[in-house]
Ligand binder design. Structure first.
Ligand code: NAD
Ligand code: GLY
Length: 357
C-alpha cells in the first residue's frame, strides 16, 4: 500500500493506492469513521462490473449503504442528473452525517463531487476512481462539476474529497481507448514536472501498456504525487495549477472542432505535440527534446498529428472562446525542456496556424 497526502491544511486527505483495495474499502471506511451511512454513486456500466465487490466489502464490516446509478457517459454529466441524484438523496433521508462514494471514472467523480458540494450545502464524499484518467487526474484536486449545452464543465465548484481509494487492478476491464485517454495525462506529468518520471515512462512502456501491476502502481503513485504537490501549492488554479493544462488548450480546440468524435486523450496528445511546435518555434524548447516527447506519445499508441480534414478556422475560433482564455486570448503551456514548462499568451496567429498544420 502506498499513501500520498494532499496537503490542504484541515482539508488535507490521503490518496491510498493498492492492488485489490476495492475489497478492503469496508475496512478502510470503518477505520476512518467518516460517516454513519454511505451512498455509492456509479454509472450503470461500472455498477454492473464492480458494485458487488464493493457491496461485499462494506456489508462484511456491517457498514450501511445505498446505491444510486445513472447512465454511463459524458451525456449524463449535466444539471438534470444532479437534480435527479439530489432528489434521491433527499428521499433516502441523507443528511450531513452521511457520505457519498464516487465509484467510477471522471464523469462519476465530477458528478458525485458536485452533488456532495451542494446537497445540504455540503456533505462528505470519497473517490474510488476506476479509469486510468480518474486514477491519475480527475479524482485528485477537488474540481467538481457538470457540463452545460453551452460548454463542458461550465458549472461546478472546488470541493475536496475526504479520501481517494485507488485499486489499479480494476483497469483490467477498461476498454483500450479509455486506457489511452489516461496515458496522455500520464505523459503530460512527465513533461510538465518530472524528467525522471518521463524516463521511467520511456523505459517501462511495454510493462505499462500491459498493466504490469508494479509498473502501473508506480505510475499512478508518481502522477498522484505530482498532482498533489501542484494542488497543494495552488488549489484554485490561480497560477501553478495552470501547468496541468499542457496540451489541453490546443487539444480542446481539436476535440470541439471534431464535435467530440476525437476522444479527449487523443486530442490532448495532438495538443501536446502542437504546443511543442510552438515552443520550438519560439526557441524555448530544443528540437531534440520535442522529438523525444513526440516519440513517447507515439510509442504509447497515441496520435501525434491533427487529422487534415479538421477545419483549422473552426479550431481557431474554439481557441478564442476557450473558457480559460482571457479577453479572447488563450494561454499556452509550453515546455522549455522535459520536466519544465512556461505559461504564455504571447503566441502569434502564424505560430498557431503552423502548430495546427
Ligand atoms: P468516464 O467516467 O465516462 O469513463 C469512461 C468509460 O469507462 C465509461 O463508459 C465508464 O462506464 C467506463 N468505465 C469506467 N471504469 C471502468 C472499468 N474499470 N472497467 C470498464 N469500464 C469502465 O470517463 P473518464 O475518461 O474517466 O473521465 C472523463 C471526465 O473526467 C470528463 O467529464 C472530464 O471533464 C473529467 N475530468 C475531470 C477532471 C477533474 O480534475 N475533475 C480532470 C480531468 C477530466
Ligand atoms: N485536470 C486539471 C486540473 O485538475 O486542474
Amino acid at each position: 500500500m502506498k499513501i500520498v497526502e494532499v496537503g490542504l491544511g484541515e482539508r488535507s486527505y490521503p490518496i491510498i493506492v493498492k492492488t485489490g483495495l476495492l475489497d478492503e474499502i469496508g475496512t478502510e471506511l470503518q477505520e476512518r469513521k467518516l460517516a454513519k451511512r454511505y451512498i455509492v454513486i456509479a454509472d450503470d456500466k461500472v455498477a454492473t462490473i464492480y458494485f458487488e465487490r464493493l457491496c461485499n466489502s462494506l456489508a462484511g464490516k456491517g457498514i450501511k449503504f445505498e446505491l444510486l446509478t445513472f447512465p454511463s457517459g459524458e451525456e449524463s454529466k449535466n444539471l438534470a442528473t444532479i437534480a435527479d441524484l439530489s432528489s434521491s438523496l433527499a428521499q433516502y433521508g441523507v443528511d450531513r452525517k452521511d457520505c457519498l462514494i464516487a465509484l467510477g471514472g471522471g464523469v462519476t467523480g465530477d458528478i458525485t463531487g458536485f452533488a456532495a458540494a451542494i446537497y445540504m450545502r455540503g456533505i462528505s464524499f470519497v473517490q474510488i476512481p476506476t479509469t486510468l484518467l480518474a486514477q491519475v487526474d480527475s479524482s485528485v484536486g477537488g474540481k467538481t462539476g457538470v457540463d452545460l449545452p453551452e460548454g463542458k464543465n461550465l458549472v461546478g465548484s472546488f470541493y475536496q474529497p475526504k479520501a481517494v481509494f485507488i485499486d489499479n487492478s480494476v483497469l483490467a476491464t477498461l476498454p483500450s481507448g479509455e486506457l489511452l485517454n489516461g496515458l496522455a495525462e500520464v505523459i503530460k506529468y512527465g513533461v510538465i514536472y518530472d524528467r525522471n518520471f518521463f524516463e521511467l515512462l520511456a523505459n517501462k512502456q511495454q510493462q505499462i501498456l500491459h498493466l504490469d501491476e508494479r509498473s502501473i502502481e508506480e505510475v499512478i503513485v508518481r502522477c498522484c504525487s505530482i498532482k498533489a504537490a501542484v494542488v497543494a501549492a495552488d488549489e484554485k488554479e490561480s497560477n501553478l495549477r495552470r501547468i496541468l493544462n499542457y496540451g489541453h488548450t490546443l487539444g480542446h480546440a481539436v476535440e470541439a472542432a471534431s464535435n467530440f468524435s476525437i476522444p479527449h486523450g487523443m486530442a490532448v496528445a495532438m495538443g501536446m505535440v502542437a504546443a511543442n511546435k510552438i515552443a520550438v518555434a519560439k526557441s524555448l524548447l530544443s528540437l531534440h527534446e520535442a522529438e523525444r516527447i513526440k516519440n513517447i506519445i507515439a510509442g504509447f499508441g497515441l496520435p501525434v498529428a491533427i487529422p487534415s480534414e479538421l477545419d483549422r478556422s473552426l479550431m481557431k475560433s474554439y481557441l478564442k472562446t476557450d473558457k480559460k482564455a482571457l479577453a479572447g486570448k488563450p494561454f499556452f503551456v509550453l515546455p522549455t525542456c522535459i520536466g519544465q514548462v512556461t505559461i504564455t499568451d504571447d503566441v502569434t496567429e502564424e505560430l498557431i496556424d503552423a502548430a495546427f498544420n
